[in-house]
Ligand binder design. Structure first.
Ligand SMILES: [Zn+2]
Length: 90
């Protein structure tokens, strides 16, 4: 049985909505421990997905779901950088 090409789906760690991977921003904790927005989707490390929205990032931080997904504590300056990076993607 052949199925049509599957669209990769991921869950936003902020609002828990399941969306096509391409609609989401990947945040990654690189092997050196830095947390950054992965604009290419190709960085290695532990990743988490978020909608391109500040609300979802703030929600994920409030619930600690981003930190849980990345298994890393996030400093406020890291968070501010993530917000900046996400804004620049649009
Ligand atoms: Zn979301």
């Amino acid at each position: 049985m052949r199925r049509p090409k599957k669209i990769p789906l991921r869950t936003c760690v902020g609002c828990r909505t399941i969306l096509a991977k391409s609609m989401l921003v990947r945040v990654v904790r690189k092997p050196d421990g830095t947390v950054t927005v992965d604009a290419t989707g190709k960085l290695s490390g532990r990743g988490a997905y978020l909608c391109r929205s500040q609300q979802c990032l703030e929600e994920a931080l409030k619930r600690k779901s981003l930190e849980r997904a990345l298994q890393s504590d996030l400093d406020r300056d890291v968070v501010d950088q993530l917000l900046l990076d996400m804004q620049q993607m649009d």
